[in-house]
Ligand binder design. Structure first.
Ligand code: SF4
Length: 353
């Protein structure tokens, strides 16, 4: 090992030999004057924190704030009681635009468990929170730490980046070995005693990843934990497994409007249950495509998991009876705002109506 890097690695190990006190103090001091103000940072309410964590799982902070998803949700469902008593269609409707609707269903189920089985009491230990529907180890730790100041470790994308650089971790962070190493390091760095500011510390660690220890061009010169950091090549970290190939798909749907009504189809499969979409072309309709019965009105692209989908919207020049079949239903155009539609179909309707 190069003399300078050995010295640096030793310094890191020494810093952690004090139980991570110096590392934590540097971070918390920095955070005290650099914390950004988010609505979920103004509360200790575990339900409100869980809502924000689930929304932010697949959606950027800026989108959640700018499009008022969080504020609107909290206004309509301010607590587990109001959410537990709501109808699933209304819950999904309030989640529209965020996608990955299983998060809304899990939140709904969690509210019902808390109200019906736990006397309205939100569990405060990470292990108990982890048992709630759709709550993984990161979310459980985040709620335990941010709401109850429990000494619970967290590892999300930002924390993984910071820790892999501080410890110069060369194991792929998305492999089971790399993931285990990260969680071990995060736990070693956690304050052990009570009232050790775990809420501030975890928030600071995430904020550092968002604003200083960025994916590209990290701001090492202004980093509050630079003296603990072992890596000499931050942009090469974190190491990740080779990316899964994106699969290309084509989807053909119908745009069928007749006398101020539109034909829609219910989504199939449990993940998207309760959602509506433009009807997929059935075999008969597909077969008739070359006869120019329909024409492509619009095409757009969207991504879902590993798929890149090109959506073709066809106009059907037929009567209502041509298209009525199981799972399809006519809705008045005025009713559209009440329905929960997947984001790509909502975009199509905004374009065409
Ligand atoms: S010194 Fe640079 S690489 Fe290390 S934690 Fe700070 S910003 Fe990240």
């Amino acid at each position: 090992m190069h003399k300078r890097s050995r010295k640096k690695a030793n310094q890191t190990r020494d810093s952690l030999a004090d139980g991570g006190r110096g590392f934590r103090k540097s971070l918390i001091d920095w955070f005290a004057s650099n914390a950004r103000d988010y609505p979920w940072r103004r509360t200790h309410n575990p339900y409100a924190i869980l809502v924000s964590e689930l929304m932010l799982q697949q959606t950027q902070i800026a989108t959640v704030l700018e499009r008022s998803f969080y504020d609107r949700w909290m206004k309509r469902f301010p607590d587990t009681k109001s959410l537990a008593g709501a109808d699933e269609n209304e819950v999904l409707k309030h989640w529209e635009g965020l996608g990955y609707y299983s998060r809304a269903r899990n939140l709904h189920a969690t509210a019902r468990i808390i109200e019906n089985d736990l006397n309205g009491q939100f569990p405060c230990q990470a292990e108990e929170i982890h048992k709630l529907p759709g709550v993984g180890p990161y979310t459980a730790g985040a709620v335990a730490s941010f709401a109850f100041d429990q000494a619970a470790a967290i590892v999300d994308g930002n924390v993984a980046r910071v820790l892999s650089r501080v410890f110069d971790l060369r194991e792929a962070v998305d492999s089971s070995t790399g993931n285990r190493l990260l969680w071990d390091l995060a736990r070693q760095l956690m304050p052990k005693r009570k009232n050790a500011k775990s809420r501030e510390y975890n928030s600071a660690l995430m904020e550092l990843g968002q604003t200083i220890c960025k994916r590209s061009s990290p701001l090492c010169a202004t980093c509050p934990v630079a003296r603990f950091c072992a890596t000499r090549d931050p942009e090469s970290l974190p190491v990740k497994k080779p990316r899964q190939k994106t699969l290309l798909l084509e989807e053909d749907v119908l745009f069928c409007v007749h006398k101020n009504s539109i034909l829609l189809e219910q989504e199939k499969g449990s993940r998207r249950k309760g959602l509506w979409k433009l009807p997929a072309l059935n075999a008969e309709e597909s077969a008739s495509r070359p006869t120019q019965k329909e024409k492509v009105m619009l095409s757009l692209k969207y991504s879902i998991t590993k798929y890149r989908v090109t959506l073709y919207v066809h106009q059907l020049q037929g009567k209502a009876s041509d298209v009525s079949e199981q799972g399809r239903q006519w809705f008045a155009l005025a009713e559209l705002d009440q329905l929960t539609l997947g984001a790509p179909y909502r975009r199509v309707l905004e374009n065409l109506l």
